[in-house]
Design a protein around this ligand. Structure first.
Ligand code: NAP
Length: 282
């Protein structure tokens, strides 16, 4: 079967990134899994899933080192995303954390650098540091993660805050709260939403409604869950898999067209939000 081309999402700066990327949380921690994990990431790159999401937090740098190994010799194919811990997000700390990430990743630049979640450091200070990194070329763009609509409004009032390039948040069939406000607001202003844990870390497996839709299409259940996330414009999904076979299944989610009936059945099992909900985090 031939695949459709990978759809892209435009960042506010104009760069286009694939709507389906690869997460890496918990990768690089188990030496026995390492070769399979590197192969899985490289399989994804071969299939066009060239946006890789990592963080200094993941395995205390293990994930970044693994990603560095996977992209060696092919850095230019990759849109590389990493994150600074809120405890490091001071003026000096952000720069040091970024340089440490670059060393572990074996590269001279990040394409996107995110504040992992909000901490105690004033936003204005973190943004100043991120803007400095952008000007020095260490990062091409910066964004945030786990920011709710109130956090985003506050960010908009900080000098340089208008340069935010993405917000990475939890979004999947069982976590639909952002559909009420955060997602439509982001879509309206052209701020990409990166959906993390798009298959709820595998816990969606075995759900009866998902199974019924998957059976109709003759595809694995998680492929339906991923296709459901990817149906939204302006959303980039970053499933994590350390197995090449799963990465291939995830790539195929881009070719799956959910019908109106599928969407109605999934809405019945996983109702959309009717009122604002506090942003969930994992
Ligand atoms: P996820 O992607 O929803 O789920 C990962 C789990 O699903 C793994 O156990 C994986 O197992 C399994 N899986 C993936 N594809 C599968 C398939 N086709 N068939 C069967 N099982 C499959 O959860 P996540 O890792 O929490 O989220 C994705 C990424 O988002 C993370 O890796 C990380 O990069 C990012 N993230 C960011 C934040 C944040 O605060 N910004 C928080 C959480 C996650 P196998 O490896 O065995 O395939």
């Amino acid at each position: 079967m031939t695949s459709d081309p990978i759809p892209t999402v435009a960042l506010p700066g104009g760069a286009r990134v694939p709507a389906l990327g690869q997460g890496t949380w918990n990768m690089g921690d188990d030496p026995r899994r390492r070769a399979d994990e590197v192969r899985a990431l490289q399989t994804g790159l071969d299939l066009g899933l060239t946006l890789l999401d990592t963080a200094e937090m993941y395995g205390d740098g293990n994930s970044e080192e693994l990603v560095g190994e996977a992209i060696r010799g092919r850095r230019d194919e990759v849109f590389l995303v990493s994150k600074v811990l809120p405890g490091h997000a001071t003026r000096r700390g952000t720069v040091d954390a970024c340089h440490a990430s670059l060393r572990r990743l074996g590269t001279d630049r990040l394409d996107l650098y995110l504040l992992h979640w909000r901490g105690r450091v004033p936003l204005a200070e973190t943004v100043q540091a991120l803007e400095g990194l952008r000007q020095s070329g260490d990062i091409r763009a910066w964004g945030v993660s786990n920011f709710d609509p109130g956090d985003l409004r506050e960010l908009a009032g900080v000098p340089g805050g208008e340069h935010v390039a993405a917000n990475q948040v939890l979004y999947n069939l069982t976590r639909r709260g952002i559909e009420f406000d955060l997602l439509p607001e982001a879509q309206a202003r052209g701020l990409p939403v990166m959906a993390y844990s798009p298959v709820e870390q595998g816990r969606l497996l075995g759900d009866a409604a998902l199974r019924a839709v998957a059976a109709r299409h003759g595809v694995p259940e998680l492929q339906v869950a991923l296709a459901w996330v990817l149906r939204q414009p302006g959303v980039i999904a970053i499933p994590k898999s350390g197995r090449a076979a799963h990465v291939r299944e995830n790539r195929a989610a881009l070719d799956l067209r959910l019908t109106e009936q599928d969407l109605r059945d999934l809405d019945a099992a996983f109702p959309p939000p009717r009122r604002p909900q506090a942003l969930e985090m994992l």
